[in-house]
Ligand binder design. Structure first.
Ligand SMILES: Nc1ncnc2c1ncn2[C@@H]1O[C@H](COP(=O)(O)OP(=O)(O)OP(=O)(O)O)[C@@H](O)[C@H]1O
Ligand SMILES: [Mg+2]
Length: 303
């Protein structure tokens, strides 16, 4: 590039047209690329979210609305802030002392970051499933019943509501219902008192999903839930996520582009630097992205 070209570029401050060739482009992010419109009310509204770890600016001015009863995929290269973003949605970053969160997250229109929010209740409504299955070293039954027992749900009427009636076998029914929802019941119904650590990795992950469902969440956050699993176990988790979206709002981080394309309704692409670059209908993002950097990333040219 000649000096005069550089000069003319610098002068035209309104020129935000993206460079078009490589993943190293100086492309400017455009607001309209993240302006995803959908029918119905958003379950979560994120506005101008910034996260710092000490002086490191990990997430930069992220705004996005997440529709209910659907699957939203978050993709992007390692370190771009996907897990950080996910943790903001149920204030898990509060546990990281160096983390500062600025901006707004609304759940059904109520600010998650206002004073006085009951974090136990919030994390019950917005549950989380992690990359590595993390069952408690307890029986399969106790893993599922742990949350409802802790929240006092066995006695407070939630089970009556979930099961449609009250009786003395409520806990057993909740365990069965949750394991069926997690597509694990058939494999474990005859060994509910065995230690959960004796299950395979894929079974453990479905148990963790069942544990999350047992407290009647509204939103399920999943951080690479199938990355440690073989293709058969992965397919089971994908089927399960698809079914869960009929009733729940699922937000899932994945490094697997095919998986994002298969299971999600909308996709958000974060790129290095902690920016949300493009957010839209999954078909549009994968077939016709606006951003050259997004196209390069999803076609595997960088990232
Ligand atoms: N607890 C923490 N303390 C300090 N810095 C952190 C912490 N967690 C994340 N970071 C930094 O914030 C940035 C974003 O990290 P994050 O884990 O959100 O990325 P990610 O997109 O989930 O990456 P990956 O795909 O590898 O899981 C990185 O630079 C990371 O080093
Ligand atoms: Mg991560």
């Amino acid at each position: 590039m000649t000096e005069s070209t550089i000069q003319s570029r610098t002068d035209s401050s309104t020129d935000t047209s993206p460079s078009t060739t490589t993943g190293e482009s100086e492309e400017q992010v455009r607001d309209e690329w993240t302006d995803y419109e959908f029918d119905g009310a958003p379950k979560l509204c994120v506005e101008d979210l910034d996260v710092y770890y000490g002086d490191d600016h990990a997430l930069k001015g992220v705004s996005m609305d997440i529709p209910e009863e659907s699957v939203t995929a978050l993709v992007g290269p390692s370190g771009c802030g996907k897990s950080t973003f996910l943790r903001c949605l149920n204030r898990m970053n509060d546990r990281i002392t160096s983390a500062t969160v600025e901006g707004s997250v609304e759940l059904d229109g109520d600010e998650v970051y206002q004073d006085g929010v009951n974090l136990v209740e919030l994390r019950k409504r917005v549950g989380m499933v992690f990359q590595a299955p993390n069952p408690f070293p307890k029986s399969i039954r106790d893993n599922i019943a742990y949350g409802p027992r802790k929240h006092g749900d066995i006695d407070d009427g939630l089970l009556d509501r979930l099961l449609g009636r009250a009786d003395t076998e409520k806990e057993d029914e909740l365990v069965e219902r949750s394991l069926k929802q997690a597509a694990l019941w058939k494999e474990v119904s005859d060994r509910l008192d065995d230690n959960a650590l004796g299950l395979s990795g894929g079974q453990q992950q479905r148990l963790c999903i069942g544990r999350c469902l047992a407290v009647d969440p509204e939103v399920i956050l999943m951080d690479e839930p199938a990355s440690a699993l073989d293709p058969i176990a992965t397919a089971k988790i994908e089927d399960l996520i698809h079914d869960l979206a009929e009733e729940y709002t699922v937000v899932i981080v994945t490094h697997n582009m095919q998986q994002a394309a298969r299971i999600s309704d909308q996709t958000a692409v974060f790129l290095t630097g902690g920016e949300l670059v493009e957010y839209g209908d999954t078909d549009q993002i994968f077939e016709n992205p606006n951003s050259q950097r997004v196209e390069d990333y999803i076609t595997g040219k960088f990232g």
